[in-house]
Design a protein around this ligand. Sequence first.
Ligand code: GDP
Ligand code: MG
Length: 712
Amino acid sequence: MMLHCSGDDRGLSDPVLLEKIDRLFACNVGNYVDLPQLVVVGDQSSGKSSVLEGLTRLAFPRDSGLCTRFATQIIFRRRSIGERRIMASILPCHSTEEVHVAELHSWKGKDLQSLDVESFSAMMAEVHTLMRVSQSENDGLPTFSKHVLQVEICGPQEDHLSVIDVPGIFSNAIPGKTTKEDKVLVRSMVQAYMKNPRSIILMVVPANVDIATQEIVEMAHEVDPTGERTLGVLTKPDLVDKGAEAKVIDIIKGDRMQVKLGWVVVRNLGQSELQGGITRRDAAEEELQKHHPWNVIDCEDFGIDALKIRIRVTVTANARQAFTSVKHEVSNSPKARQISLTSLGPPRKTMEQQMQYLVDIFSSFQNLTTQALGGNYSLNDAFEDLGALRLATAVVTRNEKFSEDLDRWGHLFDFNNEPSSQSDASDFVTGRQKSEKGILCSRKYKDIPEILDILPEPSNMSPPLSHDLASWIGDEYRQSRGFEMGTFNHLLLSGLMKKQSLKWTTLANGYIGDAITIIHSYITNGLSQVCPDRRVYEKLLSFLMDKLLERYQKAIDKVNHLLFVERSMIPMTLNHYLNDNMEKCRQKRATSILASKVIDGPNGKVVRLDDLKYQQNMSNVEHVVQNLQDILQSYYKVARKRFVDNICMEACGYHLIQGPISPLELLSPSLVGSMSMEQLDEIAGENAILKRRREQLHKEIVDLSMARKILL
Ligand code: GDP
Ligand code: MG
């Protein structure tokens, strides 16, 4: 605060405290410290502005006719560098219209180099207009405004302090000037400032009136019942009636008004003295102090300087308390900020930094994949939280399901169906089903929208048809037989196999759709796990997407390739299980035919040799058909197992997981090398917000660590 007499001892704050606050401001954490705040309250014309002027040496406009219409907050800040600077602005109240808010915001006080009487009152006039408060009778404008005029004074000799001058409260509305509503408005405004526990209430009461009639005393008692932060100021001692002085002195000496911080008598200049312009404020005060009965008052209870000292003690005590919480804040903040900073990852300004950043991400991804494929789930908590990361388990489970589905649902006609007189070839067309009803969906996993386009359509299927297999094969044979005798054209087996394996396409497509879904959700979840920066994650994924789709497509192509091999080529196998299976078929058939001829002999079950002749009782065609059925059944089983293995190993295992062109292989550090400088910057570069955030955090950590040292 600019003081008329030099030296810190005359300021409103303790010099040691000031220095501490100074140093906190110097390391930018002053904002954590709430500035001590003085609120000057009292009835209209009680002398508030005069007291403020005495304290701050700023020419607060005092106008006996025109009372204070809005709150004025003067913020003093000490700044060791630079010249004294005064800035004025208006803080619009909350309920203001947007247009008006903009207007108020755009106002900046001009020519405030020195805030003398003229410039201060000129500015006030300007502000009155801006705030749209009444300046003459009958202009229809409100008398008071809830906007706040804020004047910030920075300089090497200022205190760290905020002082608020509020409109004076009044009990009677004056027709044409103030209304009952005004009275309520001002009261609530003043009360709000007084309620703030940070405020020190400077309660101004004229000595020449009956204090008991002063509403402000009651109000102060309401918000601060113990009087810890209320300081009483008695003004106008010079106007006290002769003989009534004893009552005033009583207040100061006693503690009747329950104001712990006590009372101070202050003598300001009266209206006529001000207009006269000769009388000096301090001289007038000193003069009064010399005379009876005021000379009985202790020095520390009389005069503006005594008031300053009293304020300083109070402010210091308050600030000490505030420092305790600041200390707490300051000692915990650096840690929290360090965590935030770490979460941003290393800086990525240069190309090298960007490459390294991505290489690290891909390396972490590969480590994760090694664990995921090894089923080594205990190593990383992520496997616990994200089911999609348990890759090995998901794939193995799906493989098994595929094998099982193909076994139970893959063949068109049921192999084990006994010949029945009702069934005929039309069953195939009408789709008569086995008694074991149900529908099987080819897909087990939910679709992921971004890969939906390339995946084969899911579809439902029915169980194998319970049509008599022998009559279907017989029909097929009869329609395509040539001159062969006892044998058949090899193309016939191809045709039968193709029809019998009709549903392999749906099942295999469903399987590969699921496998790709499993891999893709592993990739997205895994990548977001190793790349906490959401922006980078999204950019990386969009960079990868086309390449991933290409690789997924390769797996689908492989499925089609294997389907062609199994279903459209001439049946072939070197697997000796074909013969084993055929032998089993024949034995089964013989056993079932002879079942009725079996008799119990002394050494187990026996069949008479004559009964075996029954078997020979077949036509040539029947024999060939029977043979054909055995071969089809035997070959189908060998081919089905081969198909399941090939699909799982080649389409999924090789193309999706372990092969050199699998999508998992794509997400390797070497991919970074293939990125152009632009791509690198686009994906891994820091945007302006992030850069600023990083710099901000960095600075705050440095500042706060320094602040901690200051406060310790
Ligand atoms: P506010 O409305 O509470 O801000 O009061 P002001 O500071 O504007 O003062 C109201 C009137 O009382 C002004 O004319 C002042 O000159 C006058 N006044 C204030 N304090 C004293 C004082 O101690 N003695 C005398 N004689 N007049 C005073
Ligand atoms: Mg005033």
